[in-house]
Design a protein around this ligand. Structure first.
Ligand code: PMV
Length: 328
């Protein structure tokens, strides 16, 4: 059977940074996290299992994936084969509409789309929770691309408790995420490697002491649609995560000159009364959060910066969905 899924990337407002010791393989994070699905950063994936295939064949953006990604995808297919208790090999065709490994969470949309398409193609009828758990095993943040809109990934000590659920639907709050592309070069330290080093930062322990309270605060500001408090909190959170990477051993600097330029411009415009806040994942590209009313002015200002190649406007979006538009 063949199935196709479309999944959004998601933007973490409260970040997943670091795995619980002894639970690295299962990808159990040290803390819960909060995110929003992004309407215009999308992966589409078609999967077909069949006895006719002698081996798994995978095409990602028209090419065979690099060894590291390929191994992760094959491992994920094995998880699905184990659940279904069959041995059929698969053909997979997947495409992304945005650059990968540049801080835009392509593995989140990628593993969410793969989990939904492959589980359907295997005729498994998974609940949203089980799909989120499956996606998490492929790439942690992928579990947050399954449910609708604004999402919380629960903190848990067991695999069964570590999944994401919607806290507000996508049409609850019309904030806008302007994704700012400052370059297409791929990061040199993968997220999983960066996370291993988190414990070596002298500030990591401190972060874990207040992260629970910060999650509660973040949910409150979304609920109240308090843009100022929300924006200040997510910017503080992003800078804290990067403080951990900068002070890990060996240290990691994910920012490029263009990243800093956008950070400074956001602060300057804010002083002048044009309100926006940034957040950054593990890459040089940067997310600027604005209110709907300021979206056009800010997108134009950002596009005018010399260091900016492209901006992509995103609204809060639904989670992964099935589609009839197969890629093969
Ligand atoms: O799920 P991963 O391994 O791609 O890690 C995601 C890490 C961050 O993007 C930096 C933070 C997050 O919560 O998405």
């Amino acid at each position: 059977m063949k199935a196709t899924a479309i999944a959004p990337s998601n933007l973490a407002f409260i970040k997943y940074w670091g795995k619980k010791k002894g639970h690295e393989e299962e990808r159990l994070p040290v803390n819960g996290s909060i995110s929003m699905n992004l309407s215009n950063l999308i992966t589409t994936t078609t999967v077909e299992f069949s006895d006719d295939y002698g081996e798994d064949v995978i095409l990602y953006n028209g090419e065979e994936p690099k060894q590291r990604s390929l191994q992760r995808v094959l491992k994920h297919l094995d998880r699905i084969r184990l659940l279904k208790k069959f041995q059929q090999r698969a053909q997979i065709v997947s495409k992304n509409n945005f650059p990968e490994s540049t801080g835009l969470s392509s593995s989140a949309s990628g593993f969410a789309a793969l989990s939904l398409a492959a589980s359907k193609a295997a005729n498994l009828d998974l609940s949203e929770k089980d799909l989120s758990i499956l996606a998490r095993q492929g790439s942690g943040s992928a579990c947050r691309s399954i449910p609708d809109g604004f999402v919380e990934w629960l903190n848990a000590n067991t695999s069964d408790g570590s999944y994401a659920k919607s806290i507000f639907p996508h049409d609850y709050w019309n904030i806008v995420d302007i994704v700012v592309i400052t370059g297409k070069e791929q990061k040199d330290t993968p997220t999983s490697e960066g996370m291993k080093r988190a414990y070596s930062s002298p500030f990591f322990k401190k972060r874990l002491q207040h992260i629970e309270a910060r999650i509660i605060e973040c949910k409150r500001y979304i609920k109240e649609k308090n843009f100022k408090f929300f924006g200040e909190l997510i910017e503080k959170e992003a800078l804290e995560m990067h403080t951990i990477t900068l002070t890990s051993q060996p240290p990691i600097v994910y920012w490029h000159p263009g990243t800093l330029c956008v950070m400074r411009a956001v602060h300057l415009w804010r002083q002048e009364g044009l309100e926006s806040y940034f957040t950054i994942n593990t890459g040089h590209n940067i997310h600027v959060i604005v209110q709907e009313k300021d979206k056009e002015v800010l997108a134009k200002e950002l596009s005018n910066l010399e260091e900016v190649n492209e901006v992509i406007i995103n609204y809060p979006a639904q989670g992964a969905q099935l589609s009839e538009q197969h890629l093969f």
